[in-house]
Ligand binder design. Sequence first.
Ligand SMILES: [Zn+2]
Length: 558
Amino acid sequence: MNIKSDKITALYCRLSRDDELQGESNSITNQKSILEKYAKENGFRNTRVFVDDGWSGTNFARPAFTEIMELAEAGMIGTLIVKDHSRLGRNRLVVGQLLEEEFDRLGVRYIAILDNIDTAQGLSDFLPVQDWFNEMHAKNTSQKVREVFKHKGESGIPLATKPPYGYMKNPENPKEWIIDEPAAEVVRRIFDLCIKGYGPTQIADILTNDKVPTPTEYWINQGLKAGNPPAIPGRWVQTCVADMLERQEYVGDTVNFRSTRKSFKNKAKVIRPEEEWMIFENTHPAIIDRETFAIVKELRNNKCRPTREGKVSIFSGLLFCKDCGSKMYFCTAKNFKKEQNWFTCSKARKNKGLCTGHFIREVFLEKAVLESMRRVFWFARCYEDLFVKQLQEKSVQEAKKELARKKRELEKTEKRIAELDKLFMRIYEDNVSGKLSDDHFSKMSIIYEDEQKEKKALAERLHAELDKDKEQNDGIEKFITKVKAITDIQELTPEIVREFISRIDVYAPYRENKQRHQRIDIYYHGVGYVFIPEPEEVEEMFQEHLRDRKDNIKVKTA
Ligand SMILES: [Zn+2]
């Protein structure tokens, strides 16, 4: 007895023009009769035939297929049967995702008769191979699918089945995500805590202590389906927080194909490599601004674990040993006063022979960084033109040669591309006029095409790199805008440190006049290392500026 007999058994046929060329075996009539025979013999009832005639397997916006998915979403489809797996689609990534996630979630049993696939029986190991085979069949697949999904993404349709915590489906249009304010507030708080220097474990503890409901509990309270509540009620776990800190969805982007499940039997989620993700920007409102997200990402990459005592430093993760390039470790103890906290080169700590400690106290850093920031900000505010000029000169000097080289290379590449076009035209004409044999022509055209492809990719890369150089100027501008928004800093807060500083290099200490000296280089977001003249030098510069003006006036009046 078929348990799902009240639900529709969808018999799906698809025919594309490619299939037509292969003869009768794939014709709609043939597919239909196979499906109907199979359904009848295996006791499937309430059958309904869905046909997409003339639709390619790489395109998922097919009308009948869409209808099936909509019915499935409404819980009305019990089983979906196709003649063979390639009827469903010819893209491994998409078909795989459909099978593994969508059908499973929607409770749809999926049968591909000729391939011997029945999800009720578990998937065979042979399936990915078959998926590959189908993929090979379609040309230009990825491009087309990308376009379909791009279209989907741009119209605000993420492939994820459930919006992440902080969002909800728009009740008026479930395909659209809107901000779920109470949850979004928690998301903002989590990012904020991370910027303040707290790690996922500590953030989870804070939320637990504050009795903030976990996402699952929150959804259950809202009457939504949400899986199992946490084993200990109200207990936030570190992995959940860490996962949220990495979700690009929070800046308003849709990220599709981020993860997959190993198989039907093994539900463990596997994160796909980032280059397989499909990211669509600004598909829904942002909860976290891009800058904050980028800072958090950077922080997470340089994971700064709190010490065993649970203490963190506002500099954790920002400090690097100038000599070996290793991260500097924050060292503290439970009964330490703040004055006693210090940093040391992590390599030296592991093995004293590999590097020297570069020992530096946290309080000393605080003083030095505050001093540097005040001077840099003051300088940027009062001598904006000079500041910008200096930075531009620095970046120009560094980048000038590189830029010139890239420009030359780009010019050369573009010239070669044009040349190849001409060469191709010539051999084409020679071939048409009979001067060049077909065999020769096809060999040569392959060589030209390959080179063309290679050069085009190179040109694209060079263009991107040249654009990036322009971004340097944006960085300076952004930096100045941020500086102008700040009046005066009395003390360092974690927010200010994270907002402005990207990295601090710590030099080995040295002795001079019986005093310990230690140099640090501070790098700022957007502008990098900033050289600020000493106050006396600034005064001199100012006087010089005044003299110049006087001289100019004298010259004019003379
Ligand atoms: Zn070192």
